[in-house]
Design a protein around this ligand. Structure first.
Ligand SMILES: [Zn+2]
Length: 429
């Protein structure tokens, strides 16, 4: 199976500068190509990867700064853009800003990347045009390299290799028949249906205060000044530290879940609703003015610090599950916190407080999150036929699609079916 291996690079000063330049060129290729796609769309025309790649090859003859960076990285940028546009639509794909995007570029040809071990601690990789780059080999590569991505995070450069390690997903989990429901929350990050918790405080109160102070420091500096640059770097340093804690937590939780249970049921997160902005509150006393509405507290810095990384946990679990044979599914979370797991009566008053669930019907009392996690497990079990121990392969029950979404999908399917003949001959996205 394909796995990632990430190492911190020890670049020579010249190499770091060159890497920064490659990152910059890839960024401008992305932005130019995106603008081109949008311009075409405005004129109701369409341009795809192949034409853009052809134009890029032509442009390399004209501009030396394009020709000096590895051509494959630029092509890869166009491929990435193509994929992003077909997945999210040309208008939703975002620009890469110099200040906000971390430089990153990929060498897509693993066969052209040579890797040599120098001694017990160090190894080096030969990347096209960048030359030999040294890195601390903190864990073995363990397979053949498929591609390499070089990126910078703060002051350090990293190389992550995509490796085919030859491991195959086991047909049955080591713990057949076991299942767990997961409730993700704020008071406890992860609550399991067996009553256990996985919790960590990612940003301590002191750090949240410090982040606010650092943010004020940034606000006091002038745009483009050296002081601003330093202040921004301090904010980024703290944010990075917190992000790492979250990544570490996600990996450990994912490991515990994927090795312990064959079926893991998450609630499907409605991220769209969660990230919705705050409505502006007009000031009744003054026309055109607005009262504070708490929008600032939803700012990106706060989000990045207070974020519990729920999606990351799910993603890490799915990734880990590939090597243990566990199955990860998501279910609709509606009413899971208001339903009694014993008598299945739904009543919002049953949730007495953040932590306590006391059923108004049967009196069943439990930790509110554990009750919710149990409901999630029940829903998951109803949807997924788990093979009994000793039997091979799990089957998914056919899903009933109900509600507005299903209707919308049906209408969309009909619409495309009807208009399809007219569209013949026009290249489709
Ligand atoms: Zn009950």
């Amino acid at each position: 199976m394909l796995t990632g291996r990430k190492y911190r690079l020890d670049l020579a000063p010249g190499q770091a500068e060159f890497a920064e330049r490659i990152g910059g060129v890839c960024r401008s290729v992305w932005n130019t190509a995106l603008e081109q796609r949008r311009t075409y769309r405005r004129r109701e025309a369409w341009i795809g990867y192949h034409e853009q790649a052809r134009q890029l090859a032509e442009a390399k003859g004209e501009f030396a700064w394009l020709a000096e960076v590895p051509g494959h990285c630029l092509q890869q940028t166009l491929i990435d853009l193509d994929q992003a546009c077909s997945r999210h639509g040309t208008w939703k794909v975002r620009w890469k800003s110099k200040a906000r995007t971390r430089p990153s570029f990929r060498f897509p040809e693993g066969a052209k990347i040579a890797i040599e071990r120098l001694n017990r601690r160090w190894a080096r990789a030969k990347l096209p045009k960048l030359g030999w780059v040294r890195f601390r080999i903190t864990r073995p590569l363990g397979g053949t390299v498929k591609n390499a991505t070089v990126s910078r995070d703060g002051p350090h450069w990293y190389a992550s290799f995509l490796v085919e390690d030859g491991v195959v997903t086991p047909e049955r989990h080591d713990n057949p028949g076991s299942a767990v429901g997961i409730d993700r929350g704020v008071a406890k990050v992860v609550t399991r249906s067996d009553g256990r918790f996985h919790h960590q405080v990612f940003a301590r109160d002191r750090e949240v205060e410090h982040a606010k102070k650092l943010q004020r420091d940034v606000a006091r500096t002038t745009k483009g000044s050296v002081r601003r640059k330093k202040a921004v770097a301090r904010v980024a340093h703290l944010a990075r530290k917190i992000r790492r804690r979250r990544e570490d937590f996600a990996a450990k939780t994912a490991h515990a879940l994927a090795t312990g249970f064959e079926l893991i049921v998450f609630e499907a997160l409605a991220t769209k609703n969660m990230t919705v902005g705050v409505a502006p509150k007009p000031d009744p006393g003054q026309q055109g003015a607005f009262l504070p509405n708490g929008a600032a507290s939803k700012s990106s810095l706060n989000r990045s610090i207070l974020d519990k990384g729920w999606y990351r946990i799910e993603l890490a679990t799915r990734s880990k599950a590939r090597s243990t044979g566990a199955c990860v599914i998501t279910v609709n979370p509606a009413y899971t916190s208001q339903t009694c797991n014993v008598c299945t009566v739904v009543d919002r008053r049953s949730r007495e407080s953040q932590a306590v669930f006391r059923c108004t019907s049967c009196g069943h009392t439990e930790h509110a999150d554990v009750n919710a996690a149990k409901n999630i497990l029940t829903a998951g079990r109803a949807e997924f036929v788990q093979p009994s121990p000793g039997v091979r392969a799990g089957a998914r029950k056919p899903r009933r699609r109900v509600g507005r979404k299903a209707n919308r999908q049906a209408t969309a399917a009909q619409a495309t079916a009807q208009t399809e003949p007219e569209l013949a001959g026009i290249p489709r996205l």
